[in-house]
Write a new protein. Structure first.
Length: 141
């Protein structure tokens, strides 16, 4: 029940609504779960950091751990193939090479994690509501 309540914070469509919902939920949890309320308020800055990005262009990517999981799986695959490493530095060199390869792939690929349009919004962000779409359009994005 508490997790579902907290998820309502992340389901808001606009940055100012995210902050308002956070305050509503934290206040609501004060009576039933005071430790959770304290934990939420202590972590507010980290929890709501995604709201600084243009909604919803980056939000879905920021919430997802899929790219991280894919990179970790590739590192695991490569280390399993190698089997035994003579020293910890050899393992770090292999993991570093995988990360460099992934970086180069993301930099040169036609298919990017963040579109050029959404990155442009980040670079030229002057109005916090600029670039927002209405909630129904978000569902088709």
């Amino acid at each position: 029940m508490v997790a579902a309540t907290i998820r309502t914070i992340l389901s808001q469509f606009y940055p100012d609504h995210v902050g308002e919902q956070f305050d509503v939920i934290a206040t609501m949890l004060r009576r039933q779960a005071p430790k959770v309320e304290t934990m939420l308020r202590d972590a507010k800055e980290e929890l709501l950091a995604f709201a600084e990005f243009p909604p919803p262009a980056h939000w879905r990517q920021l919430w997802s751990t899929n790219p991280l999981e894919r990179v970790n799986k590739e590192i695991e695959h490569r280390t399993n193939v190698a089997g035994i490493f003579p020293n910890p530095e050899a393992l770090l060199r292999l993991a570093g090479a995988v990360l460099i390869e992934q970086h180069d792939e993301w930099a040169a690929s036609d298919r990017r994690y963040f579109s050029e349009t959404s990155v442009t919004l980040l670079k030229t962000k002057t109005n916090p509501n600029e670039g927002q779409v209405n909630p129904p359009e978000l569902m088709t994005a």
